[in-house]
Design a protein around this ligand. Structure first.
Ligand code: MG
Length: 398
């Protein structure tokens, strides 16, 4: 079997999730890999700057290649290979000579499509290609960011209780927008006491509204300095938060380890990391929870490596995910096959087109979980009507 075509399309619509609950446009790229035997696979890519060029590059490299050689493809693209007579010299390094950015994001989505294709070729679900399933109900954690009017405590309560009443047992909010009306200096990475007090007040309203059996987490979006990350963690300690996510900028494991040393809340980080970066942060003692994303790590197999490395250190796995339903299902296959799985993020509640552009024959969510089926591959098809309605660029992939 050989790869014959790699195509993509962009679908776009309203994002009801984002900053302050305001509507804005959002979209994803869907990738399809076709073969000379009629089998094809589907993947999803975040449409960040440079990824379309990266997919063009991958098309040149993969056309004519064996689609089942998934790990050699990912390894070559991220880390290169030794010079050899059989290969052009330009392919001995990754296309950007560094395993970060657009090439990793494009590889991640194409790898997702190759996993779907391989599952269909072997007539088995993708979780079986990753070692088999520990579970087939995957706990979803709902990212709710913040309400439209952050100064209105009733809106905080309503947002949290609505997610709880929809069946979600883990709910996340974004610290940086919780009290942005009290930011005093937008550059210095500090949280002034007045702002800290507002963050505590608003999240306390959430905790009191949803009760003490619902897990709550908070995301710092990599904004804060070490001192105020620690002060923030201590101020929020009584709320029994499940984790504090990305309190400091992401590139310094020593700074995050200093926060972790003094934080009464578990530290979770790594949503944009590849395997090498997780190794560095785990080895430095900077993480209580690893938080990879199948869209940014290099794909499903790389994410499984991260999960297993963490598990060897008895560190649990949460899966970051701000993609659409296709990426959510792909991540759910990794969750099924990872012993240390805690929860998988869902970011697009309220943006129905991102839920509806795939069809699995069952609803996406089932009481706060995704239920995996035993269909081959990722177990999904495109919903052509939704894709046609929301398609803005590329080629209709049917
Ligand atoms: Mg985050």
């Amino acid at each position: 079997m050989k790869v014959t075509k790699i195509r993509w399309m962009r679908i776009e619509g309203l994002d009801e999730h984002g900053f302050g609950g305001q509507s804005r446009s959002t979209g994803v790229l869907i990738v399809r890999v076709d073969t000379d035997e009629g089998l094809y696979g589907l993947g999803e890519v975040q449409d960040f700057l440079g990824v379309r060029d990266a997919i063009d590059n991958i098309r040149e490299i993969l056309t004519g290649a064996d689609p089942l050689a998934i790990q050699p493809f990912v390894t070559a693209m991220l880390y290169g290979r030794m010079p050899h007579n059989n290969f052009p010299i330009s392919h001995t390094m990754s296309p950007t000579a560094t395993a970060v950015g657009p090439i990793v994001w494009a590889v991640s989505g194409v790898e997702m499509a190759l996993c779907d294709l391989a599952g269909k070729a072997f007539n088995t679900p993708v979780y079986n290609l990753l070692g088999g399933k520990y579970r087939d109900r995957i706990l979803i954690y709902a990212d709710r960011s913040c309400p439209h009017d952050i100064a209105n405590l009733e809106e905080w309560r309503e947002l949290a209780c609505a997610a709880r009443d929809d069946g979600f047992r883990v709910i996340k909010f974004d610290l940086d927008v919780t009290a942005f009306d009290h930011t005093e200096d937008e550059w210095n990475r500090a949280i002034p006491l007045r702002q800290l007090n507002k963050i505590v007040q608003r999240l306390t309203a959430v905790r009191e509204a949803v009760g003490w059996d619902v897990e709550l987490t908070v995301d710092g979006h990599m904004h804060y300095d070490v001192r105020d990350s620690i002060r923030l963690a201590n101020a929020l300690a009584d709320l029994k938060l499940m984790w504090l996510e990305d309190p400091t900028p992401i590139v310094n494991p020593d700074a995050l380890a200093r926060v972790r040393d003094k934080s009464p809340i578990a530290i979770c980080a790594g949503e944009m990391f590849i395997t090498e970066q997780f190794r560095l942060f785990v080895d430095r003692g900077a993480l209580d929870i690893v938080h990879p994303d199948v869209l940014f790590s290099g794909g499903l197999h790389e994410t499984k490596k991260i999960a297993d490395y963490a598990d060897q250190h008895y560190i649990p796995l949460a899966l970051h995910n701000n993609g659409g339903a296709l990426a959510t299902i792909a991540a759910a296959h990794v969750a099924a096959a990872s012993r240390n799985f805690l929860g998988l993020e869902c970011h697009f509640l309220g943006s129905k087109f991102l839920e509806d552009f795939i069809d699995r024959g069952i609803p996406l969510f089932d009481n706060g979980h995704v239920r995996l089926t035993n269909k081959p591959g990722l177990g999904l098809e495109l919903n052509v009507d939704v894709c046609k309605k929301h398609m803005v660029a590329g080629e209709l992939l049917v």
